[in-house]
Design a protein around this ligand. Structure first.
Ligand SMILES: CCCCCCCC/C=C\CCC/C=C/C(=O)SCCNC(=O)CCNC(=O)[C@H](O)C(C)(C)COP(=O)(O)OP(=O)(O)OC[C@H]1O[C@@H](n2cnc3c(N)ncnc32)[C@H](O)[C@@H]1OP(=O)(O)O
Ligand SMILES: Cc1cc2nc3c(=O)[nH]c(=O)nc-3n(C[C@H](O)[C@H](O)[C@H](O)COP(=O)(O)OP(=O)(O)OC[C@H]3O[C@@H](n4cnc5c(N)ncnc54)[C@H](O)[C@@H]3O)c2cc1C
Length: 650
């Protein structure tokens, strides 16, 4: 049943795979949406294996940033020859430049720019954030002043704090970029708009006149992305280089407003909606690495004399790792919902934007935070070797945790989600019914069931009882925050200050609301699975997810007596029961994420489980080990010890 078994594998991993009770192929196809995508993934990996020029000359962990970026650019230039999508020096080109053209360019602009962007005739990024402002877009300083005489925009960075700062691939890779600048025409400031701006010569790649651009330096992670800075000094672009699908500017400088004030923010909503899958994949990578490693790592005897056991036998190890697998699945189902909603928006349904913004804001915040937490838990559960770059886990964490900041800092995003909740609470308090159905928020118009929560001790718990409990908590926290806002305002405090003074409560309500949304998507998502053994595995993962989340918010559930302590005890037992049921299939479940060794980039997570010999080979390839004695040894430590010996003889 498990197609991952191959000759020469670590027998400890093979014995795990022989216990598999379901079809890994069916589960893998379900996670990646269909078997065709799995087939394509395997074709690309096989192609990679056969084309050594696509391989890294040495483990990239041993490279400095200069050589990492050079190596990444080399591979990307080759990928153009091999496959369409490419790696980090083009990350922003695909995740933001192209979506912005699709989202904000009118038909004529799309016809001109999209084919060139897709054909990689230029490399772009999305330059919005400035040294002085990232969250508060209303106060961005870069200006685009319209000159009706020449029908051009003149772009300027009026202050140092106006320097664009952080955009990925801005420093060295990009030559045609999106600049978000204040549109000023006929003396009026219309606020941030997007502009298509050449910053480097297409042939020489030299920065153009008026452009100062460079790399912002080393970061916490993501070393192969040249996040950059950009200062503009009287850079002129044609009027038609303003993205004009939504807002427009006529040749005489008259401005035409967009249908919806926030359409210009569409690219951010796109990335927030689609990055949920990326986060699910990152958590799946970390789970694969740590569970495979925990299945070959023997440490300690449970019963003296009976030999060391795999660390995966410890309940604590299962409790640290298997919930991450469950969350990876939960995030994949939640992300499918936001991607569908975004497709509806891109298809022209502008009315869906507020709902999409509301759900994607909260989801992006909760998912990135829990993904980062989960990867760190996987890393720590691998002991010392988890701390080695050989595990791939430190870099994976450093990449994932950036998601808590980019695309909208998480706290700000949760408060955006809370805006939607507060508006609904206000409607409910005025006995207003919802203007249109919204499956994400309709529960807020209901009252909690009179009967207490139905969580009980059973081997087949009903997900709806847990989802109703999550709805109860989210409702209570939403109305508690709303009522506090109203009380503050009744005491004469401004709405804005009341909002700030309720920030933490609003954040808690948004988090509870998002938990409810994710749980509902997971519960609905597994209903599509018709293969019974695979359905059983998914039900175990759902049970683990739901009751693990109950334990995460037990205080909120006990707060008003909606559940009693005994039900928390039931929930703990349901978690332990799910762990017990999942243990035999643990390795095959992560095999079904179908991540290959190139994606895993981990000695600990190798498919074959041959960790120790490959750890030694990896360490030996360190540049330090090219020398038995470091060339500078005798100049420093050697001389210090010699002096000490001489000193001690005196
Ligand atoms: C192939 C796919 C791969 C996936 C990729 C995965 C990996 C990712 C790889 C790379 C990504 C890294 C690159 C990162 C890029 C960036 O970081 S780009 C910069 C991101 N910056 C931000 O997100 C800025 C955050 N700030 C804002 O969005 C806004 O300033 C704000 C906080 C929302 C406030 O805006 P504003 O002051 O204008 O609005 P408010 O007064 O708060 O609200 C007014 C009403 O507007 C509604 N609103 C706000 N934003 C939106 C929106 N985007 N869409 C719809 N509606 C919006 C808000 O709800 C208010 O409405 P209301 O009055 O009815 O409540
Ligand atoms: C790896 C990485 C890649 C990036 N890539 C890009 C890119 O390609 N293009 C791009 O344009 N930008 C990019 N960014 C920038 C990113 O979008 C910003 O860092 C992010 O929007 C946060 O803005 P800031 O850094 O200015 O923080 P600030 O907005 O200064 O926030 C600092 C702190 O203040 C809090 N805060 C701010 N406002 C509020 C509020 N209203 N209520 C409550 N708390 C608040 C925040 O929660 C945060 O804790 C990237 C950033 C990183 C780390």
């Amino acid at each position: 049943m498990n197609s991952y078994i191959k000759p020469g594998d670590n027998p400890l991993l093979t014995e795990e795979r022989k216990k598999c009770q379901f079809s890994t192929d069916i589960l893998a196809a379900f996670y990646h949406e269909n078997a065709q995508k799995i087939k394509r993934r395997h074709e690309i990996y096989q192609y990679y294996l056969e084309n050594k020029e696509l391989h890294d000359p040495e483990p990239t962990e041993f490279m400095d940033r200069y050589h990492r970026l050079e190596n990444a650019e080399r591979k990307v230039s080759l990928l153009k020859k091999h496959v369409k999508k490419a790696g980090s020096p083009l990350g922003l080109h695909y995740t933001m430049m192209i979506p912005t053209i699709l989202n904000n360019a009118d038909d004529e602009q799309k016809a001109e720019w999209l084919p060139k962007a897709q054909n990689l005739e230029f490399i772009g990024t999305y330059a919005q954030t400035e040294l002085g402002h990232g969250t508060n877009l209303r106060f961005l300083e870069t200006t685009a002043t319209y000159d009706p005489k020449t029908q051009e925009f003149i772009l300027n960075s009026p202050t140092t704090s106006a320097a664009k700062w952080w955009p990925g691939n801005l420093g060295k890779s990009s030559n045609r970029i999106i600049v978000v600048a204040r549109l000023i025409s006929n003396g009026k400031d219309y606020g941030p708009h997007s502009f298509f701006v050449p910053i480097r010569d297409p042939i020489t790649h030299k920065s153009l006149p008026g452009v100062t651009v460079g790399d912002i330096g080393p970061k916490f992670g993501i070393p192969t992305v040249d996040n950059g800075f950009l200062l503009l000094n009287n850079v002129r672009i044609p009027r038609r280089n303003m993205f004009m699908k939504n807002a427009k500017l006529n040749p005489d400088g008259t401005y035409i407003s967009p249908k919806h004030a926030k359409l210009a923010y569409g690219t951010m909503v796109y990335v927030r909606a689609v990055m949920i899958r990326t986060m699910s994949h990152m958590l799946g990578l970390a789970s694969t690495i740590s569970i495979r490693y925990s299945a070959i790592r023997k440490q300690g005897e449970i019963e003296a004399g009976k030999g060391e056991v795999k660390v995966l036998e410890y309940q604590t190890q299962q409790y640290r790792l298997l919930p991450q697998v469950a969350r990876a699945w939960a995030f994949e189902f939640a992300g499918r919902y936001t991607r569908k909603l975004y497709a509806q928006f891109l298809g022209g349904d502008v009315d869906v934007l507020p709902a999409l913004h509301g759900v994607s804001s909260g989801l992006k915040a909760v998912v990135t935070h829990q993904t980062a937490q989960g990867i760190e838990q996987c890393r720590m559960a691998c002991g010392g070797h988890g701390y080695s770059e050989a595990s791939g886990l430190p870099q994976l964490f450093a990449t994932a945790v950036a998601g808590c900041t980019y695309e909208g800092e998480n706290m700000v995003m949760l408060l955006q989600s809370a805006r939607q909740l507060v508006k609904i609470a206000s409607d409910v308090r005025k006995n207003q019914k919802p203007t249109k159905q919204n499956p994400v928020t309709d529960y807020l118009y209901k009252t909690s069931a009179a009967t207490k929560c139905k969580i009980d001790q059973t081997t087949d718990p009903d997900p709806s009882s847990v989802i109703e409990a999550f709805e109860h908590v989210a409702r209570r926290l939403t109305f508690a925050a709303f009522d506090k806002l109203e009380q503050l305002k009744q005491r004469g405090i401004s709405a804005e200050n009341a909002w700030v003074q309720c920030g933490v409560d609003l954040r808690r309500a948004a988090t509870a609301h998002t938990r409810t949304f994710i749980a509902r998507q997971f519960s609905n998502g597994i209903l599509e699975m018709r293969d019974l053994p695979v359905q059983a595995v998914l039900k175990d993962l759902l049970q683990l997810y739901l009751f693990y989340e109950v334990l995460e918010c037990d205080g909120d559930l006990l707060y008003d007596g909606y559940v009693i302590g005994q039900q928390i005890e039931y929930s703990k037992n349901n978690v332990y029961e799910a762990l017990r049921r999942l243990r035999p299939n643990a390795v095959s479940i992560v095999d079904s994420f179908d991540f290959n060794d190139r994606e895993l980039n981990s000695v600990l997570g190798r498919r074959d489980g041959n960790v120790y010999e490959n750890m030694l080979e990896w360490a030996k390839s360190s540049p330090l080990n090219k020398h038995d004695v470091m060339p500078f040894h005798h100049k420093y430590l050697g001389k210090m010890m010699e002096d000490a010996r001489q000193q001690s003889k005196l």
